[in-house]
Design a protein. Structure first.
Ligand code: HEC
Length: 448
């Protein structure tokens, strides 16, 4: 289907015979139009050392795949971005091509990929191989590289990184440097002040420990995450995440295997707030209602059900602003929708994902924080496809699936990142971290 354009030369020949297609004279050229689209939307991933399997940095690389570039952009398969453009958002750094850009790539392929003159071209893009926000105040990574076997399922591994902080800090920005972009699919960060993750780490002979989806422990707080193409952004002004003294940073790395034994040592960089922090990041979760002895969300997806619906709601109990959302499901996820219904009856769609893709989940930051007055009801509605027709289904034949953290279990969570309007911290630690246990402070102060 995506090869219907045929090769560039053939398209050119057909175009000339037909007479109706763009002629070389008015067609877009590589140096004038196409390179600008590739620089803006593709090269973050399509260059050496990044996640995409080939580069799109010069004319030859683009010409060879011209028909594919036209097809995958017309299908909106590339760049990978799953939030709907019609409803929800608008989001920062949305990876979305305009209709005009898509049409340009199509016309360029059809016209036989004219190169044009290089004097029309913008300067090539350059990338800092290092941190995009400058040198972080604290860089942490595992003490030794982790060696990932060649074959098998994806692996989720949590690395426990002691901060050694002797006083609490407000974190204003977080960035990540994947050690080996060939295998690092995405990274989630959190922190633990109870030493629970350290125990799991000690029990596992290799660097870090295995987990799925989560951290294997309930973290004391979140620190954001990284997925391919994500640009590090500081939190809104005056907003921070409090990192208590003696905390361990937890880095959950989702590894894709490459078919060879690979090693990785991913780093996290923390930037501490320079200005006053008045509000802390408040996390929230919209989940399906809990039931039963273990108060687990009532999720049981029958084998073969291609459209199993699940809903959840959450009521906001203080005037708040929502600045980011992160939908989370596993392999059976099909679509995801989250709306806010305000007390005055007005409804806004926060995010709509029509085709869930486990491989491309990530956080979505609103261009402008969304006001959620007290009493706003957040409603989540999602569907799962547990049929044999779902190519991502980990079970063949399908089996009934319930709520849980394993690859073969399912989840449906709408993570919310908010601030509370009348919080005024003036740099004071949040109450729950105001008095950390003396023991932990002492331990953190001890030299290695
Ligand atoms: C966020 C990273 C990212 C961005 C941005 C991105 N790609 Fe990709 N691209 C990938 C990855 C990874 C693959 C490999 C297949 C996959 O995982 O979906 C891929 C695969 C492709 C393929 C092969 C598709 C196939 O089905 O074999 C084409 C063609 C492509 N990209 C074109 C583009 C174009 C054109 C752009 C910009 C308009 C772009 N990509 C932007 C990551 C990206």
């Amino acid at each position: 289907m995506r090869r219907w354009f045929g090769s560039c030369g053939m398209a050119l020949a057909i175009g000339m015979l037909g007479g109706g297609a763009a002629t070389a004279a008015d067609a877009p050229t590589y140096h004038r139009e196409v390179v600008r689209i590739l620089q803006k939307h593709c090269q973050d991933c399509h260059r050496p050392g990044q996640v995409a399997p080939f580069s799109l940095l010069n004319y030859d690389q683009a010409r060879k795949r011209a028909t594919d570039l036209a097809a995958v952009t017309a299908d909106r398969k590339m760049p990978p971005w799953h939030a709907s453009n019609d409803e929800g958002g608008p989001f920062r750094d949305a990876r979305v091509l305009s209709q005009e850009e898509i049409a340009t790539l199509g016309r360029w392929a059809e016209a036989g990929c004219p190169e044009g003159t290089s004097t029309d071209a913008p300067a090539p893009r350059t990338w800092d191989s290092d941190w995009s926000l400058g040198t972080p105040d604290l860089v942490l990574k595992a003490s030794e590289a982790y060696s990932l076997a060649a074959e098998g399922r994806d692996e989720f591994r949590v690395f426990v990184l002691p901060t050694g902080l002797t006083e609490g800090k407000w974190v204003a920005a977080v960035d990540f440097l994947p050690g080996n972009p060939k295998i690092v699919h995405h990274v989630l960060a959190a922190f633990d002040v109870r030493g629970a993750a350290k125990k799991l780490d000690e029990a596992d002979p290799e660097s870090g420990y295995k987990a799925f989806g989560g951290f294997g422990v309930v973290p004391s707080g979140g620190l954001g995450g990284w997925s391919p193409g994500k640009v590090a952004r500081p939190l809104p002004n005056g907003v921070g995440r409090y990192l208590p003294a003696g905390a361990d940073v937890l880095l959950q790395v989702h590894y894709h295997r490459s078919g060879k034994v690979e090693s990785d040592q991913t780093s996290i960089g923390l930037y501490f707030a320079k200005d006053k922090v008045d509000k802390q990041v408040r996390g929230g979760m919209v989940i399906p209602p809990a039931s039963g002895l273990f108060r687990r969300p009532a999720l049981l997806i029958p084998a073969g059900d291609a459209n199993y619906e699940i809903t959840g709601t959450k009521t906001i109990d203080e005037d708040s602003h929502l600045f980011a959302v992160t939908p989370h499901m596993h392999w059976l996820g099909k679509d995801f929708l989250m709306k806010a219904i305000r007390p005055d009856g007005s409804t806004v769609t926060l995010i709509r994902i029509d085709q869930w893709d486990f491989n491309w989940q990530g956080g979505y930051d609103f261009m402008a924080p969304v006001p959620l007055p007290k009493g706003t009801r957040i409603e989540m509605k999602a569907h799962f496809n547990n049929s044999a027709e779902n190519p991502a289904n980990p079970n063949s034949p399908p089996v009934a699936v319930h709520w849980g953290e394993q690859t073969t279990d399912e989840m449906c969570i709408g993570f919310l990142q908010m601030t509370v309007d009348d919080e005024h911290r003036e740099n004071q630690p949040p109450p729950r971290f105001a008095a950390p246990p003396v023991e932990r402070l002492k331990a953190a102060a001890r030299p290695e």
